[in-house]
Design a protein. Sequence first.
Length: 114
Amino acid sequence: MNDCLFCKIIAGQIPSPILYQDEAVVVLRDINPQAPLHLLIIPKKHIASLNDLSDADDALVGLMVRRAAAIAKEHGYDEPGYRTVFNTNRDAGQTVFHIHLHLLAGRSLAWPPG
Ligand code: AMP
Ligand code: ZN
């Protein structure tokens, strides 16, 4: 996608430290962290929001969730816990229209969210 921030980062057009990548996803540190650990698990494939997922993306979404769990465990947050969030469209405050799974950990997270 021409004007997508995350596609530009994935393509190397915007320099950004990449914590992890494989053939399907990249993992970045959120630039405006909301918890001591706040990472974004981002598919290399451009998908604007969860509303745009198709059957063909089922495995990709599974990989994203499993990667988040693996990273949380690597940081020792599997037992204390962590939150994984997809924001979709206006009411959820989505600002980057390329799906990304937030991984937040390292503090007690309120529920319900704001
Ligand atoms: P969302 O509101 O769910 O669309 O989340 C977008 C997230 O991307 C926000 O938490 C931003 O802080 C984060 N973000 C925006 N630009 C960058 C960037 N260049 N590198 C890392 N994270 C970013
Ligand atoms: Zn994109």
